[in-house]
Design a protein around this ligand. Sequence first.
Ligand SMILES: CC/C=C\C/C=C\C/C=C\C/C=C\C/C=C\C/C=C\CCC(=O)SCCNC(=O)CCNC(=O)[C@H](O)C(C)(C)COP(=O)(O)OP(=O)(O)OC[C@H]1O[C@@H](n2cnc3c(N)ncnc32)[C@H](O)[C@@H]1OP(=O)(O)O
Ligand SMILES: Cc1cc2nc3c(=O)[nH]c(=O)nc-3n(C[C@H](O)[C@H](O)[C@H](O)COP(=O)(O)OP(=O)(O)OC[C@H]3O[C@@H](n4cnc5c(N)ncnc54)[C@H](O)[C@@H]3O)c2cc1C
Length: 572
Amino acid sequence: MAAALQTLGGGIGITLHWIAFTPTIEQQATEEQKKKWLKLAQDVAIVGAYAQTEMGHGTFVRGLETTATYDPSTQEFVINSPTLTSTKWWPGGLGKTANHATVMAQLYTRGKCYGPHNFMVQIRSLENHQPCPGVTLGDIGPKMESNGNDNGFARFDHVRIPRENMLMKFARVEADGTYVQPPSSKLAYSNMVYLRGTFVMSAAQALASATTIAVRYSCVRRQSEMKPGEPEPQILEYQTQQYKLFPQLAAAYAFWFASWFMTQQHGSITGSMEKGDMSGLAELHALSAGLKSYTTAVTARGIDVCRMACGGHGYSHASGLPALFGGAAALCTAEGENTVMMLQTARYLVKCFAQSQAGKRLTGTVAYLSAVQPSPVAGNRNMSDLGTLVAAFQHRAARMVRHAAMQMQGEMQKGKAREDAWNSCSVLLIKAAEAHVHSFVVRNFAETVQTVEVDESVRAVLTSLCQLYSLYGITEHAGDFLKDGYLTGRDIDAASSHLSAMLARVRPDAVALVDAFDLHDKILRSVLGRYDGRVYEHLYEWAKKSPLNKSEVHESYYKYLQPFLKSNRAKL
Ligand SMILES: CC/C=C\C/C=C\C/C=C\C/C=C\C/C=C\C/C=C\CCC(=O)SCCNC(=O)CCNC(=O)[C@H](O)C(C)(C)COP(=O)(O)OP(=O)(O)OC[C@H]1O[C@@H](n2cnc3c(N)ncnc32)[C@H](O)[C@@H]1OP(=O)(O)O
Ligand SMILES: Cc1cc2nc3c(=O)[nH]c(=O)nc-3n(C[C@H](O)[C@H](O)[C@H](O)COP(=O)(O)OP(=O)(O)OC[C@H]3O[C@@H](n4cnc5c(N)ncnc54)[C@H](O)[C@@H]3O)c2cc1C
């Protein structure tokens, strides 16, 4: 059903109904409220949008301007868009598709503001889909990609909703207007943590799609001469093509395994939170924010590498790669813009570093911060050993976190306010947080390939892929590892030669590794990545269906070219 709606095109798409609106009810509604709305949403008897971002604010949620003012005389909330910039702007499905929305608004009761909270608002009639009284709706216009989804705008002119439409699982407003505090003010943000976690899998799937297309096409495409007089080789035989594609293929597996960890962590920590234990929320937020930022950024870049590796046909929509790139680019901005998210991870790391300095033993994904020795012990390391590679990434991250935190402490000792010190160190902080997430992805990849229940021959291939991913990361960021002498120039040279060996080692299994993603042609939507490899026939068929080929002589000839040619010829 959803897929059908999704492909209707013409502005209909209910992605956000499934990934944002429905989960918000699941996570933020009381049991009573779930009885009222959850089944309706799950059965698509109502269609919803998650309306948080406004024209003037996306990142700074505390700065949102939409208001929800409680009226005790009628036991209603009045939802209002007080300014132009308070117009809800971007929410998927809001403009033309949804008839309900969870609206994030500043809650006012008894004259006091209690910050952003979620409210259920019906925005269109269930009879004729017309906007409800006081609600103005529309689409925000064409975007870079994903134009099958309407991203809409909404304005509310003192729209009244029952008190019971405030999602009250955590915070509440009583009938007399009394506000009841939630266990943590950030629980209103919990659905964003969940969504960021799902973005890690979206990134993995997107990179898996792109590498499937590019690897398969690189086996079909033959070009140039490797040796004079020999037949044109598959372009995947060129080491440069392997160097472009195999690290992206390895990253797709790494992110796939990272999303398994994220899903498990989210389940276990939210399970504890249900029992009142909030202790895991900070780590969950930091991990989901950092992984979302890191995986979506690497994925967007990686998809474009795959596109370029497919030459001109990669640039055609027939390849499916431009659309994938556009989708992945959206993941870098939506659900928390990547820079801002990585800074959230940095904020957590600086806190943990300070606790470690004060003697606290760190646990979870930051445990290594207290275990890693500041003074490196240089020496000829075995750069093909996974344990050595993991340790190198953890040392790099610990050094960079320490450096950024000490830099910030130094700024504050010179008299700078904490916020100013933070801002003047934020580039260092971002790099340190990226190194932290990178070390987590490497460690998780290594632990997964060593423990996952597979045939030993499969484990061998996955181990090579994990080595390739790690060695690529070390050679791409060599300066970080050389800086304090933890790795030497000889180690980096060894890493480079091992990487070349891994490229050759992975080559025979490359097609099997992408086939293992089991992405149907209908999902890939790519002539270049077809499972049957019959690219050229289908490329020609695809081109013939181009709208420009509907007529032999396009109408533009008669309107523009013919008079232009005539006038130019008349001057000869
Ligand atoms: C086969 C094919 C496969 C794939 C296809 C390919 C590609 C994909 C296809 C298509 C894609 C196209 C379209 C779809 C894409 C996207 C659409 C989907 C979803 C998008 C939905 C949205 O965007 S919803 C809106 C999202 N908005 C945000 O995320 C806002 C971001 N801002 C914030 O979260 C906050 O404002 C903030 C965190 C930046 C700052 O908050 P605040 O100022 O309150 O906090 P402080 O920084 O001061 O910190 C205070 C303390 O609070 C802690 N904190 C902050 N946030 C949280 C949280 N969420 N949970 C827990 N704790 C939190 C923070 O750590 C601080 O704690 P301290 O202890 O340090 O004080
Ligand atoms: C395809 C798509 C779908 C979307 N779907 C939804 C949806 O369904 N529901 C919804 O509510 N929203 C949705 N959004 C909106 C999205 O959540 C916001 O675009 C995102 O949160 C970023 O906010 P912004 O656009 O206001 O950018 P801004 O917050 O204005 O950021 C602009 C730039 O300023 C920088 N910046 C901002 N704050 C800081 C800071 N503290 N430190 C350093 N740099 C900073 C950012 O890094 C960024 O580069 C969608 C967006 C897209 C692209």
